[in-house]
Design a binder for this molecule. Sequence first.
Ligand SMILES: Nc1ncnc2c1ncn2[C@@H]1O[C@H](COP(=O)(O)OP(=O)(O)O)[C@@H](O)[C@H]1O
Ligand SMILES: [Mg+2]
Length: 398
Amino acid sequence: MSMAVVTQPEETTSVVTRNRIVCFVNDELSAAALRKGLEGSNVSIKRGTIRSAIKMLETDTDLFALVTDISGIDDPFTELERLAGVCPPDVRVALIGESREITLYRELMELGLTEYLPRPLTRDMVLDQLRPKLLGDVAPASVDRGGHVISICGAQGGAGATSIAINLALQLAETTKAKVALLDLHLQGGEAAVMLGVRPGPGLRIALENPMRADTLFLERAAIEVNERVSLISADEELDAQLQITEAGVRHVLGLLRQRFNYIVVDVPVPFPPSMHPVINLSRHVLVLLEAEVTGLRNAHALRAAVTNIAGKDRVFTLLNRAGRPGGLPRAAIVKALGTEPDLVVPELGKGMTQAVNLGIPALKHVRGLRRHLAPIVREISGVGAERKAWWRRMFAL
Ligand SMILES: Nc1ncnc2c1ncn2[C@@H]1O[C@H](COP(=O)(O)OP(=O)(O)O)[C@@H](O)[C@H]1O
Ligand SMILES: [Mg+2]
């Protein structure tokens, strides 16, 4: 994908920070080699290992490339898993370590890393092998390191899609320390911004209608920081506006978000027009939300089928929200109609949920118990606690 980067004077600073390279190494020779070999670039060299890099990335991700040391680390793959969880996918990552084994090198390259070099580094190794890959215009690794897309679709209005999307985004960031985007694709009457008490601008609509005009700076303009790790990307267009949102626009915006964020939680309009298909297509998880009502059950069936048609069966998760709400259908009736148990269940959490909406604050801060009920969903998505094999799939393939 080629992107026209329009550099305007006021944007120079962010372009400069994007060229920032941070190195964590533990031996003097490698530090000196990096200093000389990367001379002239915006490089900072610190003492430390991959663990220090992870720590830094938990709060500071405004960088272009990272060089870090895995020597002395017993299980580098476990640390790399943690690194992958907090490192923006578009950051180039090079490693140095003690091993000279080609099998390790291959494994690391397959993970989408930019380079691996045995230490101690020399200036020439940095100049010949590292510098071109870190600073040059080499095509990024063919491996897909893009952020994970999670679509939230309500089978009926009021099923809780927006509430779940917002609070899931916040809890994902809190639990994994990763960068999370919350994308509300209801451009007219979208409720995520209202629930968070913020006001979106015109950026998202422009980007979705004219993908050619949206470069990475679009994010700087259109994303509203909800907190240190979570950004909201949404719109507030007039209800009578005629929007010209195209599939290409949606794909482009998602592509940009996937470079910058580890997770993208999308509040998807239902039924989805063809322009929304790329979202479903790119989703690792599609949560189909329903309430214990006849309408929800009927639509959930159709919605699951629609998602399965676009993305395949293994991506769809049925989430029964407000379970146990007075007047709702009994559990047995739901299981019968769905043909199976719901994959995830969030109980009725009472009036605090609606109060939170009216206060413009996330329910996570207001409703005790919500966090506990979202935890299994966070685990399902982030795979925290899952075995290595699962991570392998998570990190590479969609
Ligand atoms: N588990 C829950 N328990 C109680 N109230 C809930 C729950 N989930 C959502 N709500 C409430 O239901 C209403 C509709 O939720 P919302 O997220 O706007 O649904 P949707 O986006 O699907 O239309 C809101 O007032 C919200 O606070
Ligand atoms: Mg909604």
